[in-house]
Design a protein around this ligand. Structure first.
Ligand code: GLY
Ligand code: MN
Ligand code: MN
Length: 441
């Protein structure tokens, strides 16, 4: 029998916290639909993050109905055991296994959802459900809700209101518990160690794809299931495309390579960006800009502590980027004028930080009524300033044309300040240079 990667009592504690946020209500969370091509060629399944967070269940075709304070409280609908399908696709927990391993209060076959769910949802004040994530299930959900509507109009109440489940589960997912922090540290460490191996394997003449392969090999050897997102391995001017994904160019001496790759470990994301010179030595101009971005990144990490409005990171990143662009004489005028005119945007067009967790761009609302929320201990976020100098931009001096620099670490907010979970991969220019090509020395 397979096991739950997350202890059932931890899952129960998460549901208890959720229950306190939605008393009298119900939450319905279905799995993602499975991915097929040509009808029968299927691809690795990835659980839906909110559902996994609350149930630990990683099979497709399942659904949670959670009714805080009621009996049964945690009800799961799961795929049944099926000897033939298990011969083709492998183990299934089935109804009994799900109950035994995960300790849910009641478990039904998935096929019985529309029959059983109306009774479970009857009398709840509100239903939390996210539309359009699993369109086939949206129809089943609609049927279940209509199943309770028959009696409600007689009391003049109509259908219960439906609200986005992500708003409440996302709120919980912002504060990582100890189990999550352990998994995130591992995802971060694996991603960091794999970056070191990429640096060591770099030399002119190899391809971006080869280095991406080094990353995949190294993370999977260390227990990752796969990468957290399509890895970006971009040399020279390719690095000025933020989400460059072709990974098909050959590395040339004199270029700087940017790698933005992350491992997925127990469904948790690492998300690291590092830049290094293909031939092991930054040019004077490349090094000058690299070190300015690095200094800004370190300053931003230093700001991370409970109470800091998240938007302050972005404000400082924009200001710091403009200062560098002025220093490099790519912009003229004052810092304020340039910020007002968004003159930095062609060179720094993205946000400096996002939440990180089960999803690389993790759930959670960072602005409430137009105000940026202050950071809290237990949040995990990235810090990733960057500057990009496309070869075809006439404002860019020749010595910087075709350079993209982004430096990204994964930061846990702690009661005292922060912990850099990706600190294992060097970023000081000299240390990076010493690693590049080490496999061939
Ligand atoms: N790798 C995606 C990001 O940094 O947001
Ligand atoms: Mn990121
Ligand atoms: Mn990234």
């Amino acid at each position: 029998m397979r096991k739950s990667a997350v202890p059932p009592e931890v899952l129960k504690a998460r549901r208890r916290q959720l229950g306190a946020l939605i008393p009298g209500c119900a939450l319905v969370l279905p799995a993602w639909p499975e991915q097929y091509r040509n009808a029968d060629m299927h691809y690795n399944y990835r659980p839906e993050s909110n559902l996994y967070y609350l149930t630990g269940y990683d099979e497709p075709e399942c659904c949670l109905v959670f009714r805080p304070g009621k009996t049964p409280e945690t009800v799961m609908f799961v795929r049944e055991k099926n000897v033939e399908r298990e011969t083709w696709d492998g183990f299934r927990f089935g109804v009994d296994g799900a109950k035994q391993v995960f300790g849910y209060d009641a478990v039904y076959p998935y096929s019985q959802f529309t029959k059983v769910a109306p009774e479970l949802l009857r009398g709840c004040e509100r239903i939390y459900y996210s539309m359009f994530r699993n369109r086939e299930f949206d129809v089943l959900f609609g049927e279940a809700v209509m199943g309770i509507s028959g009696w409600r109009p007689r009391y003049g109440m109509g259908l219960p209101p439906i609200e986005d489940a992500n708003s409440v589960v996302g709120e919980l997912r912002m504060r990582k518990d100890e189990t999550e922090i352990e998994m995130m540290r591992k995802a971060a460490l694996i991603s960091a160690e794999a970056h070191i191996e990429m640096m060591k394997a770099t030399k002119p003449g190899i391809t971006e794809r080869y280095l991406h392969g080094v990353f995949l090999k190294e993370i999977m050897e260390r227990g990752a299931t796969t990468e957290a997102y399509g890895g970006i391995v971009a040399t020279g001017n390719n690095a000025t495309t933020l989400h460059y994904r072709f990974n098909e160019s050959t590395l040339e001496s004199g270029q700087v390579l940017l790698s933005d790759c992350g491992a997925e470990y127990q469904w948790y994301s690492g998300d690291i960006t590092r830049c290094w010179p293909v031939n092991g030595r930054f040019s004077t101009a490349h090094k000058r800009v690299y070190e300015k971005v690095l200094q800004l990144q370190k300053e931003l990490i230093g700001m991370v502590k409970p109470g800091l409005p998240h938007m302050d990171l972005q404000k400082r990143a924009v200001e710091g980027s403009v200062e560098i662009l002025l220093d490099e004489k790519i912009l003229t005028g004052t810092v304020e004028e340039n910020i007002k005119a968004a003159a930095h945007a062609p060179f720094y067009p993205h946000g400096v930080s996002h939440l990180l967790g089960l999803d690389t761009h993790d759930s959670g609302v960072l602005m409430v009524q137009g105000k940026s929320r202050p950071l809290e201990a237990g949040w995990a976020l990235t810090i990733e300033p960057g500057l990009y100098f496309p070869a075809n931009n006439s404002k860019v001096p020749d010595e910087l044309k075709g350079l993209g620099i982004r430096i990204e670490d994964d930061i846990l907010v702690t009661p005292e300040g922060n912990e850099n979970m990706t600190r294992a991969v060097p970023k000081d220019a000299g240390e990076v240079e010493a690693l590049v090509g080490a496999n061939y020395k």
